[in-house]
Design a protein around this ligand. Structure first.
Ligand SMILES: [Zn+2]
Ligand SMILES: [Zn+2]
Length: 437
């Protein structure tokens, strides 16, 4: 018999943690931060106590057998290695709400993820963009490959999402098949990958599905007859091409730097339009890790040395180059560097907000961000796409898989995800167990 225990992240977007447990082994997925308003960036986590502080905040879970002894004991838990059952963790993709807690773990906890996610994870560490520290025991799995840990078998099944390396999982425990979608979409460059995921998971005993896009709108799922959204990564690419031709001066894009393929595609299209893509060092490193042949310049406003190993020898673009020939460049910029616009405002003809921070008006930075752009008189456009399957595809995926049990989560309104092709639908409470036997 296997138990599936729903620990957190059920009626919110973020911090989904589910355990699959057999007589000998426990598999946890994912291990990100709960979307907690409880984190206040004005308060410092205590050095060496970050894991403890996060658990006390309710951002991470109090779980036996995953933390360092000094943290675990203070929380009244067993430390890593002290539990009767073997424990491992699998991670679907490199978004903070799915992986942000990895730095809090005991460094020996086995953490499996796709090989592409593992590559990106390491580079995030190189560029200082990980929370707390880089986890040591990360074990890559190729797409469609399986690992068996204890008596649980996990297959890494790729999905298309707005981050490189995203996958879902097929988990086999005591003869039962559990599928977890992670986050996925059909409006990316590879809808066929998300379609193939559904095919590979057909007939699962239990399907655990994300439901982000049904969080804030009323949806009558069963009446949806087809997809409705018309904007995709390909139309965004086309828009980018047109902007590159039509705008007379500098274009700035604010994207999410883990969506590496978008930048890879932009580089090619922009080069043909006579513009060089100028990337901040973090973004440049992630692109170089996956697409070493791509030609771009790295933005060091005042010049200087590129320190990251993957960036050695790459061309540098300094601020003066952008000021002198703004029509020849597109600058990629993270929100945290937005004050650089004070130097560039005179030559910017368009600022594109495309899925970079701040993501939405729930973020206190959002209003500040837009008032700054307005105060500077910068011409801007919101053109983000998001990374989540529209409601029709959420249902369509369930229709194809035809699970015996469906559990929708990772949504403010998971109850809206229904399908005639699911045997039954369960909306678990926090801590609830579903027994598969
Ligand atoms: Zn998510
Ligand atoms: Zn995601």
């Amino acid at each position: 018999m296997s138990n599936v225990i729903f620990l957190s992240g059920l009626r919110e977007i973020g911090g989904t943690v589910v355990a699959v447990e057999t007589d000998t082994t426990i598999c946890y997925f994912d291990f990100g931060f709960a979307y907690a308003d409880r984190i206040d960036n004005k308060v410092n986590l205590r050095k060496g106590m970050e894991a403890f502080d996060y658990v006390k905040l309710g951002v991470l879970n109090a779980i036996d057998g995953i933390y360092e002894p000094e943290i675990a004991y203070k929380l009244g838990l067993k430390a890593y290695g002290e539990t009767d059952k073997k424990i491992f963790i699998i991670i679907s993709h490199m978004h903070i709400d799915h992986m942000g807690g990895l730095g809090a773990l005991h460094q020996d906890v086995p953490v499996y993820m796709s090989a592409d996610s593992a590559k990106l994870y390491h580079e995030l560490g190189v560029m200082g963009e990980l929370e707390i520290r880089e986890h040591k025991n990360v074990l890559p799995i190729d797409y469609d490959a399986s690992v068996t840990f204890g008596d649980i078998k996990v297959t890494c099944v790729q999905v298309d999402h707005d981050v490189i390396g995203a996958c879902g999982f097929l988990i086999e425990a005591d003869g039962k098949m559990i599928c977890y979608t992670g986050d996925y979409r059909y409006h990316g460059y590879h809808p066929e990958i998300s379609a193939a995921f559904a095919e590979k998971c057909k007939g699962a005993d239990l399907m655990i599905s994300e439901g982000v896009t049904i969080s804030s709108v009323d949806v009558d799922m069963l009446s949806l007859e087809g997809p409705v959204r018309d904007r995709t990564e390909l139309t965004l690419l086309e828009d980018m091409k047109n902007h590159a031709k039509e705008e007379e001066q500098l274009i700035v894009i604010n994207n999410y730097n883990r969506n590496v393929e978008r930048i890879h595609r932009f580089i090619e299209v922009l080069a043909r339009a006579g513009r060089t893509m100028v990337l901040e060092p973090e973004q440049a490193d992630y692109v170089a890790a996956f697409y070493p042949e791509d030609e771009f310049a790295v933005y060091l406003p005042e010049g200087g040395e590129l320190k990251a190993p993957l960036l050695k020898g790459r061309p540098v673009a300094i601020r003066k180059m952008l000021l002198d020939n703004p029509e020849k460049y597109v600058l990629q910029q993270d929100y945290k560097h937005i004050y650089e616009l004070f130097e560039l405002e005179s030559v910017i003809s368009l600022y594109l907000h495309m899925d970079g921070a701040p993501l939405g008006d729930y973020d206190p930075s959002y209003a500040k961000f837009y008032s700054l752009l307005e105060n500077l008189g910068i011409n801007f456009e919101r053109c983000g796409l998001g990374g989540h399957a529209e409601p029709y595809y959420l249902r369509h995926t369930v229709d194809v898989i035809e699970p015996k049990i469906l559990v929708p989560l990772h949504s403010f309104r998971p109850e809206q995800l229904v399908s005639d092709h699911a045997g039954k639908i369960i909306l678990p409470e926090i801590g609830q167990t579903i027994k598969l036997s």
